[in-house]
Design a protein around this ligand. Structure first.
Ligand SMILES: [Zn+2]
Length: 76
């Protein structure tokens, strides 16, 4: 299955994303939980908007953030 963000093949066991974007997705999820713990709950869409604007957000993370903005159902 090709990664929906970059089109690279996923890992062999039917992964939805390539390894780079699977890691990026995990990082975004962890950042969301950390944010929610530190500052209280935040809507996913608001969180993604904030991350997308951060200067320190890497290319893979930006890719996954844009993907999640377009496909919020894939967050879980
Ligand atoms: Zn990818």
């Amino acid at each position: 299955m090709a990664c929906p963000v970059c089109g690279q093949p996923g890992e062999p066991d039917g992964a939805d994303f390539c390894p780079a974007h699977a890691r990026a997705l995990e990082s975004v999820r962890q950042a969301y939980e950390a944010w929610a713990n530190a500052f209280g709950s935040i809507a996913q869409a608001d969180f993604l908007n904030r991350v997308a604007r951060l200067k320190g957000t890497g290319r893979n993370a930006k890719g996954i953030v844009e993907f999640l903005q377009q496909h919020p159902e894939r967050w879980k």
